[in-house]
Design a protein around this ligand. Structure first.
Ligand code: URA
Length: 432
């Protein structure tokens, strides 16, 4: 078999066989297929697509290119995955809620990159929190308290790691079959029995339209089911940041607002819907009953109790979380509105980049984020604002970053003369 023939076949719109896909994935992981041939194949897939069978082969071969996590000693294991966004703190609410409801949450999460945040960075803003447990510690913690969240291990789907880095620099990220197989290879390798995907659409998401997000969600659900997992997906909005606190420690603080202080917000609503749908996928319980159980668990304080127990189990300081002693960068700045009007819409990617400019994110993979940086957004879509009203409170360790971050926020918020006629649906639909 030759890579040249595989590339040529796909370039002309042919269907790749399971053997050809296996040859490529193995060769690229081991280094016998060079970057230039892998890049040519990725571009051909971007232009010509892949059918479901090809996509399943690609996913399964990438999944088996490295270690897979064996969770067979645990019952009812669940995982959730978000395609990424701004102020997306849902994992911090969903995972302890499901653990409090008796499911086993064994989750591997990612770090932030560009405008999107990552759960691992947020958790690491809690003093002492250890996100690199050994596999034995990870599984034993899930057995003991029903929840553990760690960073992805180096050898989880290594084929995807190489391919994703290559796609990032060859303009080949943007392909539904490549995104679907990349995400699902990692999720399947992480071993949970039931998986709920939160596929975002909008100005802060990979998928700019609801229809594109729906296609991606539908394909990923099929891939997971073919691999024998219980699957569901919610298509949710990233037309505006989900939470109003954007950063790392700031998002932990917003989770506390929801779990301890009962804050009702968009972030609470989307989190409880995700938890309810995952509970339903895992247990077969109907959605209305699952919703009721989830809301009762959060409102009774049981989720917050589990959240603090989880933090303690992973070496974190629950007192720092409960008593508001999380890191916050020293320079505080208030951004006020330069005009009167209504908040009509937003370039949410730009709003995410503003947090990155303040130091909270990574422009390249090797940047070290400032875990106390970020900002609180005081306005929501549809709000009327007047000249001088507080729009955002910014936190940074580098005072020279405030001016460019303020510019970015003002440029990203679309302030108009009249109230928008409709606001984007927070939750578009459920796919199972
Ligand atoms: N996230 C992934 O893990 N892979 C992609 O291809 C895109 C987003």
């Amino acid at each position: 078999m030759r890579m040249y023939d595989i590339i040529s076949k796909k370039r002309h719109g042919g269907k790749l066989s399971d053997e050809e896909i296996a040859f490529f994935v193995r060769g690229y992981t081991e280094g016998t297929v060079p970057d230039y041939q892998a890049a040519a194949l990725m571009m051909a897939v971007c232009c010509r697509g892949m059918d479901e069978e090809e996509c399943t082969s690609l996913t399964l071969h990438m999944m088996h290119s490295g270690d897979t996590v064996d969770l067979s000693g645990l019952e009812n294991t669940v995982d959730k995955h978000s395609t990424g966004g701004v102020g997306d703190l849902t994992s911090l609410v969903v995972t302890p809620t499901l653990a409090a409801l008796g499911l086993n949450v064994a989750k591997m999460s990612g770090r932030g990159l560009g405008h999107t945040g990552g759960t691992i960075d947020k958790l690491e803003s809690i003093p002492g929190f250890n996100t690199s447990l050994s596999m034995e510690e990870f599984i034993s913690q899930v057995k003991n308290i029903g929840i553990a969240v760690i960073g992805q291990t180096a050898d989880l789907a290594p084929a995807d790691k190489k391919m994703y880095a290559l796609r990032d620099v060859t303009a080949t990220i943007d392909s539904v079959p490549l995104i679907a197989s990349s995400i699902m290879a990692k999720k399947l390798a992480a071993g949970a029995e039931s998986i709920l995907l939160d596929v975002k659409y909008g100005s802060g998401a990979f998928m700019k339209t609801r229809e594109a997000a729906e296609d991606l969600a539908g394909l990923m659900v099929k891939l997971g089911k073919k691999a024998g997992r219980k699957m569901g997906a919610l298509v949710t909005s990233m037309e505006y940041p989900l939470g109003r606190k954007i950063g790392n420690s700031l998002e932990i603080m917003e989770a506390v607002d929801i779990l301890r202080d009962g804050e009702r917000s968009d972030a609470r609503l989307v989190s409880s819907e995700l938890a309810a749908h995952l509970y339903s996928v895992a247990t077969g319980c109907g959605i209305p009953e699952s919703r009721e159980l989830v809301n009762r668990t959060i409102d009774s304080g049981k989720t917050y109790e589990k959240f603090l127990q989880w933090i303690k189990a992973q070496g974190g300081d629950p007192e720092a979380v409960d008593k508001g002693r999380l890191p916050l960068s020293p320079h505080r700045f208030e951004l006020r509105s330069p005009a009167d009007g209504y908040v009509c819409s937003a370039d949410t990617e730009g709003l995410g980049m503003a947090s990155c400019i303040l130091g909270a994110g990574r422009v390249t993979k090797d940047d070290v984020p400032d875990l106390g940086a970020g900002y609180i957004l005081h306005v929501s879509p549809g709000d009327r604002i007047s000249h001088g009203d507080l729009i955002a409170t910014l936190y940074t360790s580098d005072i020279s970053k405030t001016a460019p971050a303020c510019d970015k926020i003002l440029f990203s918020l679309r302030i108009g003369d009249s109230r928008p006629e409709s606001l984007p649906d927070l939750i578009y639909r459920f796919i199972s």
